[in-house]
Design a protein around this ligand. Structure first.
Ligand code: ADP
Ligand code: MG
Length: 405
């Protein structure tokens, strides 16, 4: 990596069937399934379901990177082949809270006695993996959290211990009033999940529901895995899955230059760029306080050259809704004159578009940067400090007739 650990990780959220394949690899019990896309549908979805050896009734599940699909019409049951064919045709192309359904996962419908919730997440507060368990899981887990918080147990796990102790399992079962018939199976499953948690640099591994059948066997019926994207260079198999995810085209474009592009409010008109996520957040807060909306943010990372700055500004200016780009750079490794030069390159190419740039730079070669901007004759305002920059953005915003959005 060019800049190892230069910014906080952003979770790459896997699709359910991708998560399921990692579960399978680590011995977490799942149901066998088949993925149907539009090509498979055209070739006969039922044929594919039958070839995979699945028996009816089946469950058809929209593969989108968000939870709550069941409540949004993204999980449907089909009693027979005819129903399955119809549902596959209807669900492909469907929109689920802004995500287009391009793939479906079909699995057999399972007889479930109970639906549990189980997850391990990276907890920034305790700086350790946090095990969360509830015997009242499934689609209403949020309701459980609200109405019966006592039925959800949270235990920080010692990151230095790679084995989950049995007392942790006993603790979560006792605390949530769950019978202990499945304690051995749960320990085994938590251990496998914990191994997976470390192996893939995950920020979250979640099974909801973890189905318990009449015999007490456990099966993961849904899976959510979020991987720290800083680790992707070490995980080529996971990186290859990125193509299947629905991402903003500029997020992908920015990533090519190792920038982090974050779409924020679709109807916003300000683009904010900085070298650090903390600084970005402060800028966004101050801009929002003035009643303006930020359309997108871009984290440059460290040590940006004029070419990289120009590329980042180009991406920002390319967003039709952005009318003003704010660059807030504290030049430690980054030289201010390089930032100014880069900004000028991008603005010169974009002159006709009538967009404005506000530049706040502090640090090495600051005066040289101001001179470059002054001599360029481009619509770039150099401002002193963040509050004054925000005032400058606000003044431009008023002039455009944006008023308070
Ligand atoms: P989401 O969490 O996105 O709503 P899930 O995969 O958890 O989607 O499915 C929602 C609900 O559908 C589950 O809580 C469960 O009740 C039911 N369900 C999911 N898969 C199956 C299955 N294979 N057999 C029976 N019921 C299922
Ligand atoms: Mg679920």
């Amino acid at each position: 990596m060019e800049h190892p650990g230069r910014r906080a990780g952003v979770p790459m959220k896997l699709l359910e069937y991708q998560a399921a394949s990692l579960f399978e690899k680590h011995g977490v019990p799942i149901q066998k399934g088949v993925v149907i896309d539009s090509a498979a549908l055209a070739a006969g979805a039922v044929k594919k379901i039958e070839e995979a050896g699945l028996a009816f009734p089946v469950v058809i599940k929209a593969q989108v990177q968000i939870g709550g699909r069941g409540k949004a019409g993204g999980v449907k049951f089909a009693e027979n082949a005819e129903e399955a064919e119809k549902l596959c045709a209807r669900m492909l192309g469907m929109d689920i809270r802004g995500f287009k359904v391009k793939e479906l996962l079909v699995v057999e419908k399972k007889e479930i006695a109970r639906e549990w919730y189980l997850s391990i997440m990276l907890d920034r507060y305790t700086k350790s993996p946090l095990l969360i368990f509830s015997p009242v899981g499934g689609m209403d887990i949020e309701e459980t959290a609200r109405t019966s918080p006592g039925r959800i147990a949270r235990v920080p796990l010692n990151p230095m211990e790679k084995q989950t102790p049995l007392y942790v399992i006993d603790y979560v079962l006792d605390k949530t009033g769950t019978d202990k018939n499945c304690r051995a199976a749960l320990l085994d499953l938590v251990q496998k999940l914990y191994t997976l948690f470390f192996a893939y640099y995950t920020m979250l591994v979640e099974i909801n529901p973890l189905a318990v059948d009449a015999r007490g066997a456990l099966t993961a019926l849904d899976g959510k895995i979020e991987i720290d994207d800083n680790a992707l260079p070490f995980l080529p198999d996971i990186s290859a899955w990125r193509d299947k995810l629905q991402e903003d085209a500029d997020v992908i474009e920015a990533r090519k230059s190792d920038f982090l592009f974050i779409p924020i409010e679709d109807d916003g008109s300000v683009g904010v760029m900085s070298n650090g996520s903390g600084m970005l957040m402060s800028c966004i807060d101050l801009i929002s306080k003035k009643g303006m909306k930020v359309h997108a943010a871009l984290d440059l990372g460290g040590g940006a050259t004029a070419e990289r700055i120009a590329e980042a500004v180009r991406i920002m200016l390319g967003r039709p809704k952005i009318t003003a780009v704010f660059i807030c750079v504290f030049g430690g490794i980054t030289r201010c004159d390089e930032v100014a030069r880069g900004a000028c390159i991008a603005m010169r190419k974009n002159e006709a578009a009538g967009k404005q740039l506000i530049l706040r730079i502090e640090g090495t070669n600051k005066d040289e940067a101001a001179r470059i901007v002054a001599e360029s004759g481009l619509p770039i305002t150099v401002a002193e400090g963040i509050p004054k920059s925000v005032e400058a953005i606000f003044a431009l915003h008023q002039k455009e007739g944006g008023g308070a959005q």
